[in-house]
Design a binder for this molecule. Structure first.
Ligand code: ZN
Length: 186
């Protein structure tokens, strides 16, 4: 396995629509393994393919004891209204904001063998993380969901932070990162 570089906001791939995965190849399995490893080292709870510069419609999630390979996902049901909670993103390090998400979502997706499954009524961190990752698969960042004022302030902070990432790429150090602020980064 190997660590992948993480693309940060400013990298065009984060704004592109992904392509449906039609075949589970050995290369795709390797990508998934590398994404899990990268997510773990970056201490994230989710990671989507565009965040590692790829255009496959897939993400990995490790939240609330659910460790999932999520291929071609779709939100097929939502309920419980909207709930606000803090989010961060591996593609916008150090930026955190409260984001409104569906309280509960049912997601239909394929696993690493191509079999369809459903995560039923995911809530809490898992529900939030799935929604955050599925947004990535359609070119959306969590800051897109903020009010104009909060978005402006998050992007202003980011203007400063992004100088740390030449070419909009974040190269993870080998070995563990120091613990950061609590809060889900995905
Ligand atoms: Zn993210």
């Amino acid at each position: 396995m190997s660590l992948l570089d993480i693309h940060v906001l400013g990298s065009p791939i984060l704004r592109q629509e992904t392509q449906v995965v039609t075949q589970i190849t050995p290369a795709l399995r390797r990508l998934v393994d590398d994404m899990f490893e990268t997510m773990e080292v970056a201490k994230g709870v989710g990671l989507a393919a565009p965040q590692v510069g790829r255009s496959e419609r897939l993400c990995v999630v490790d939240a609330d004891d659910a460790r999932l390979v999520v291929i071609n996902p779709e939100i097929v049901h939502t309920e419980g209204g909207v709930i606000r909670g803090e989010e961060g993103c591996l593609s916008m390090p150090e930026i955190y904001a409260d984001v409104d998400r569906h309280a509960r979502v049912t997601v239909r997706a394929q696993d690493i063998d191509g079999a369809w499954y459903e995560v039923e009524l995911a809530s809490g961190l898992l529900g939030r993380c799935l929604q955050h990752e599925i947004d990535h698969l359609h070119g959306r960042m969590f800051t897109d969901r903020l009010s104009l004022l909060k978005k402006r302030s998050a992007l202003k902070e980011w203007e400063y932070e992004k100088a740390k990432y030449p070419k909009n790429v974040r190269v993870l150090p080998v070995g563990d990162l120091p613990p950061e602020k609590d809060g889900a980064r995905a």
